[in-house]
Ligand binder design. Sequence first.
Ligand code: DER
Length: 219
Amino acid sequence: ALKAAVADAAVQEISPWLDKNTVLGIGTGSTANLFIDRLSPLRDRFRGAVASSDASAERLKALGIEVLTLNSAGILPFYVDGADEVNAALQMIKGGGAALTREKIVAACAERFICIADGSKQVKRLGQFPLPVEVIPMARSHVGRELVKLGAEPVYRQGVITDNGNQIIDCYDFTIDDPIEMEARLNAIAGVVTNGLFAARGADVLLLGKEDGVARTTR
Ligand code: DER
């Protein structure tokens, strides 16, 4: 119910801005799916969407919403997506659904990142949720050793291949004092494609579902 409430709030957030040329950036996960479902009645009021995963693209198409490639869409007015954790600075950990690379790419092309999450995702400090890191398969052991040096406990996410053909390492018991600095350090490790810290480019609006309603925070 909290997820549904934030999905409704996200529709309210964007609907005044929709026109026939609007292309929306759409995330991945159960909360993003509820948002996708709510776009269906509005599909004649915007042009289409860019999806951050094959799963979201399929869901959009099934609802008759045009799915565009990011290269054909250019700059997007909005990116709407969930998060695994979000702090007071609207920095996030994402990647629970293994879509972090395309999520970070589509988010980078959006003017406004609207994060939709239930209250359980709000944390004081990022890192309770194991931080996902997408790696080139041949580099998995090397990246694992580098993550140990950074103080993480790396665990290979067995049986998961991302939409980009890569693998995921989840970093447990990881103390992240400075999310922006750590995001950059992780990106510098040879073999890392993307890490789940969305800190340098966090969310612009957070719609957080709580028992007493949806709290809206801007950065
Ligand atoms: O994998 C992801 O980044 C998802 O957005 C995840 O962070 C949120 O998924 P949920 O809405 O199913 O909790």
